[in-house]
Ligand binder design. Structure first.
Ligand code: NAD
Length: 280
């Protein structure tokens, strides 16, 4: 990966940064010269369907960012709680003086079920984090970006399940489709301020969100204790290119590009990084 300062001097606000893709984006943007303001819930989210991230995970992200020479302000906040999100944001802007990039990345998988049979609690939990939490993360930063008068980039992390449906993920798919509507709304409203908005659509990525027994059981309901070996060929079957997944760094490459001035005329785009999954 280059360290050519592709986002030098910019400040990036990132949600869900304790691990997985969010951590990779924090490190990747820092490596390219950005200062980072990061938050994560650092604890369980009801109906998330995945093991919880911890405060230690977020501390490790801080260490990794500093190791590549970056500066970071990090805090614990739940994306569903706009006041908590704003507190971390203001603390970061207090330190770095500005914000140029938002990466609304925090998300949960939710529990799988046939869409008509989904529980109201699961439905709400998934919509609250994956759609309202994304809105909260962007909306606390927008007024500051507008006031700066120097443009900016809003990146909303969606999924290939916003471009294509799969059985038993109705709430997730609906929330991720909703993210596209949110992205396009920001794009048309904020273009007059040279603020761009785009969404990114990963296929399978080997983070805790994917690599957990709940997920494996969805693919292999016939097994009591499915393991990765039991599902890896099924993951490969999802994608057009012959890979079971793309790496977090592959998503980070798209994030760095869209955050940088190289993408200065790219807005309103739903960008798949999906090994062809959405056209298979
Ligand atoms: N892993 C995949 O296969 C995959 C595929 C497509 C899209 N995505 C999306 O990518 C994004 C990142 O996921 P990941 O793969 O890194 O998963 P992950 O579970 O490793 O990381 C998600 C992070 O978000 C945090 N988080 C969850 N709910 C939160 C909340 N309410 N407030 C604040 N933080 C919260 C978690 O604590 C965790 O640190 C998500 O939006 C996910 O839906 C993932």
């Amino acid at each position: 990966m280059s360290n050519g300062g592709r986002v030098q001097g910019k400040v990036a606000f990132i949600s869900g940064a304790a691990r997985g893709q969010g951590r990779s984006h924090a490190v990747g943007l820092a490596r390219e010269g950005a200062d980072v303001i990061a938050f994560d819930v650092c604890g369980p989210v009801e109906y998330s369907g995945v093991p919880a991230a911890s405060a230690d995970d977020l501390a490790e992200t801080v260490e990794l960012v500093e190791k590549v020479g970056g500066r970071i302000v990090a805090g614990q906040a739940d994306a569903r709680d706009v006041d908590a999100v704003r507190e971390v944001f203001e603390r970061g802007v207090g330190q770095f003086g500005r914000v140029d990039v938002v990466v609304a990345n925090a998300g949960i998988q939710g529990l799988a079920s046939a869409t008509a049979d989904d529980s109201e609690d699961n439905w709400r939990a998934v919509l609250d984090t994956n759609l309202t939490g994304v809105w909260n993360t962007a909306r606390v930063a927008v007024p500051r970006m507008v006031a700066q008068g120097e443009g900016g980039a809003i990146l909303l992390v969606s999924s290939s399940l916003a471009l294509k449906a799969a059985p038993n993920f109705g709430a997730y798919s609906a929330a991720k489709h909703g993210v596209v509507g949110l992205m396009r709304s920001f794009a048309v409203e904020l273009a007059q301020h040279s603020i761009r908005a785009n969404s990114i659509h990963p296929t399978t990525v080997p983070t805790p969100l994917l690599l957990n027994e709940n997920n494996w059981r969805i693919f292999r309901p016939d097994l009591e204790k499915p393991q990765l070996d039991d599902v890896i060929d099924l993951y490969r079957g999802i994608n057009l290119l012959p890979v079971p997944w793309v790496e977090s760094e592959d998503i980070t490459h798209a994030v760095v590009y869209l955050a940088s001035d190289e993408a200065r005329y790219v807005t309103g785009v739903a960008l798949p990084v999906d090994a062809g999954m959405s056209i298979k």
